[in-house]
Design a protein around this ligand. Structure first.
Ligand SMILES: Cc1ncc(COP(=O)(O)O)c(C=O)c1O
Length: 453
């Protein structure tokens, strides 16, 4: 049967009638399997509902953010006095640059900032983000195409909400950042994993995407530099994927939050810069968190065609109203300032990256491709699985992560948070000494490997 979900918003249904037919057990005036158009949502159910679960099926299906959970566990152990080293955090270990903090302090003291801002963000900030996009990505956007969100995470959620309908498929290069599948499912979509392993440098090809494409494919999620793998698509690879998406009318949701963190020969190549015709079917996600060490300030944004941005702004106007005014002022100082702070962080991350990858690759059974972006290493631990470690045979990367935490008090995020088992993610956004100590502990533990039994 179908359950009418939002009858009251259907102008063709009288309010009293809507209340009546929306009631449990009331006769359904609509013929079985009839679709109701306009703004009335219908949901197919197996059986008539007789009992409500306490938590809705929609929210009950959401998994906790595994990365935040690992981080919280490590912090709790640390607070309890344990010498835990955490590789779980997805945030720079640097403080926010002082000029940004100063702008926020000044904003706090000015009553003009004690009030709501427009839902889509401070006009000056939207302008500044448009100017920053031209500076960093090389193509023009208008301020009206920018929506300021509560962190990049809200932009992720709203982007899928804006373009995905019930049953639409979204191609998801895998390993993926843990939030994407949940946001796709919340929008009613179906995440379709397209896997590329360590041997492929964690980079999917056009051929793989084409093999996964169906008539229901609505969008592609593209994240370069990648969380969790640190992989970066070359300009040529980015262009090929963009042209393929354009050819098939597939929306691209491109997460560019690590744009300024690339190493060695890798360069960040914005997909709209590579394929300008994609602008009308692309949503860019970004934010200040990683570039300016501002994870706690909660400012991100989405950029897209104005109809999509308008729709997402309408959603946001009901969801969160607007981003905290003072945080927007801080973000304005950040994006109108220079990039010297991120250059300093990049130097430190690069040094730590080399140390970590070298030490990980010294471990028997661990193979870590050299990440060229973001601040994560993503080694394959498949060579460790099935072997005996201090009396325990670990079968999955989740079991391995648990063992590492229990035995040597080091927190890593298991691959299961990002797709298939067989990998662990380690953030190198922590102090050099802790980094060496943490990986040395893992080396010590996995040095005790015995053949499987
Ligand atoms: C790939 C990616 N996108 C978006 C975000 C969201 O960042 P925030 O909500 O802190 O701005 C993160 C944070 O870890 C991320 O790794």
């Amino acid at each position: 049967m179908y359950v009418v979900a939002t009858l009251r918003s259907n102008p063709s249904v009288e309010p009293a009638h809507a209340a009546e037919i929306g009631r449990q057990g009331a006769p359904n005036p609509y013929p079985a399997r009839a679709r109701i158009c306009h703004d009335v949502r219908v949901t197919e159910l197996q059986e008539p509902q007789t009992q409500h679960s306490r938590v809705s099926a929609r929210l009950g299906a959401i998994a906790e953010s595994a990365t935040l959970a690992v981080d919280a566990k490590a912090k709790a152990l640390k607070a309890a006095g344990r010498p835990v080293i955490g590789f779980g955090a997805g945030e720079p270990d640097f403080p926010t640059p002082q000029y940004i903090v100063d702008a926020a302090i000044a904003a706090c003291s000015d009553p003009v900032n004690h009030h709501y801002t427009p839902a889509a963000g401070l006009p000056a900030l939207r302008e500044a983000i448009a100017a920053k996009t031209l500076r960093d990505s090389g193509y023009p956007v208008s301020a009206g195409q920018v929506l300021v969100t509560n962190g990049g995470k809200q932009a992720v959620y709203q982007a899928f909400a804006a373009v995905v309908d019930l049953g639409d498929e979204v191609l998801l290069p895998t390993p993926y950042w843990t939030t994407y599948p949940e946001a796709i499912k919340l929008a009613g979509g179906i995440p379709v994993d397209v896997f590329a392993g360590a041997d492929a440098g964690y980079l999917v090809t056009v051929e793989q995407l084409e093999a996964a494409r169906t008539p229901r494919t609505k969008a592609l999620l593209f994240c370069s530099p990648s969380n969790p793998t640190g992989a970066v698509y070359s300009p040529q690879q980015t262009r090929a994927i963009g042209q393929w998406a354009l050819e098939h009318g597939i929306w691209v949701i491109t997460d560019e939050i690590y744009e300024h963190l690339t190493y060695d020969e890798a360069v960040f190549a914005p997909i709209v810069g590579q394929v300008p015709e994609l602008a009308n079917t692309t949503i860019v996600l970004n934010g200040v968190a990683k570039t300016y060490a501002m994870t706690g300030w909660r400012v991100g944004w989405m950029i897209g065609p104005s109809d999509v941005i308008k729709a997402a702004a309408n959603l946001q106007s009901h969801l969160t109203s607007n981003v905290a005014n003072v945080s927007q002022r801080a973000a304005l100082a950040a994006v109108t300032g220079d990039l010297s702070a991120v250059a300093e962080m990049r130097t430190a991350f690069d040094r730590r990256r080399r140390t970590m990858v070298k030490m990980l690759n010294e471990i028997d059974g661990v193979a870590c491709p050299v990440p060229t972006g973001a601040f994560y290493a993503y080694p394959s631990v498949e060579g460790v699985l099935g072997r005996n470690i201090r009396g325990t045979t670990v079968r999955t990367s989740a079991e391995l992560a648990t063992l590492i935490l229990e035995q040597v008090e080091v927190a890593v995020v298991p691959g299961e948070a990002f797709g298939p088992s067989g990998f662990i993610r380690l953030s190198y956004a922590l102090g050099d000494a802790d980094l060496v100590e943490g990986v040395a502990r893992i080396q010590g533990l996995l040095g005790d490997l015995e053949p499987g039994r």
